[in-house]
Design a protein around this ligand. Structure first.
Ligand SMILES: NS(=O)(=O)c1ccc(S(=O)(=O)NCc2cccs2)s1
Ligand SMILES: [Zn+2]
Length: 260
């Protein structure tokens, strides 16, 4: 591939854990080579149905900031696309860089975006809990959306305005109503492949659905992400930046495309 990835058994500074899991054959993230993706006419459009009132809170977990949802019912779900079942929205979060030249986890033709949004869903049809679904090959479905520098994103701004309240690790604030579909491009085109979580436990349980079109955010909004901290109150301040995992080998996988 045109991109080099780090030594496969190096320790990752962010997690002090092995960068790869032994015997991993479907790790994420990967580089998506546009011309190598294969059009699959059987792929359907993804159907997204989120209820904004299922939003619970925003918290800084020391890796990223997460917006978590009430996943005790099927009020916020996705279905269709490459998925056999309906999946429930659990949380969404972002990955970003110290500067705009990098920050996304996936790359497209070896190009980084300054940030990437992940909306995490779990297969509540086949598994009784999120924790169990995390351990199963078809347990999770994550929608990836690239962020590029451009116009201010009004929907994102409501999140950005709340970030000062979750600046430190393990801080949380209530966040009652938010519709994450405002962060997903209206263009239906996506790539999909079988992969993993990109942070521990790195389990190979994710059907990735990566939107082809990015959303636009402005410089101030990206800078707001960079004001967050990995560190807790009272600790020496460590800026939360570059919270993305290095690219992983594609191995024996094909990236499918739902559009020609
Ligand atoms: N970057 S990403 O979308 O691949 C994710 C990494 C970790 C995710 S999680 O929400 O499953 N938390 C991990 C777990 C919590 C409890 C048991 S495992 S999602
Ligand atoms: Zn993520």
């Amino acid at each position: 591939a045109c991109c080099s990835y780090r030594l496969r058994d190096a320790l990752h500074p962010l997690w002090q854990s092995p960068l790869t899991i032994p015997g991993g054959t479907r790790q994420s993230p990967i580089n998506i080579q546009w011309r190598d993706s294969v059009y699959d006419p059987f792929l359907k459009p993804l159907k997204i149905s989120y209820d904004p009132t299922t939003c619970l809170h925003i918290w800084n977990n020391g890796y990223s900031f997460l917006v978590e949802f009430d996943d005790s019912t099927d009020r916020s779900t996705i279905v269709g696309g490459p998925l056999e079942n309906q999946y429930r929205l659990k949380q969404f979060h972002f990955h970003w860089g110290a500067i705009n030249d990098w920050g996304s986890e996936h790359t497209v033709d070896c190009k980084f975006y300054p940030a990437e949004l992940h909306l995490v869903h779990w297969n509540a049809v086949e598994y009784p809990s999120f924790e169990e679904a995390v351990m199963e090959g078809n347990g999770l479905a994550v929608i990836g959306v690239f962020l590029k520098l451009g116009a201010r994103h009004e929907g994102l701004q409501t999140l950005v305005d709340a970030l000062p309240a979750v600046r430190h690790k393990d801080t949380v604030i209530e966040f009652d109503v938010f519709d994450p579909s405002c962060l997903i491009p209206s263009c239906p085109d996506y790539w999909t492949y079988a992969g993993s979580l990109t942070t521990p436990p790195l389990t190979e349980s994710v059907t990735w659905i990566i939107k082809k079109k990015p959303i636009e955010v402005d410089e101030d909004q990206l800078e707001a992400f960079r004001t967050l901290l990995f560190s807790s109150h009272g600790e020496e301040e460590r800026r939360m930046v570059d919270n993305f995992r290095p690219l992983q080998p594609l191995m024996n996988r094909t990236v499918r495309s739902m559009s020609i």
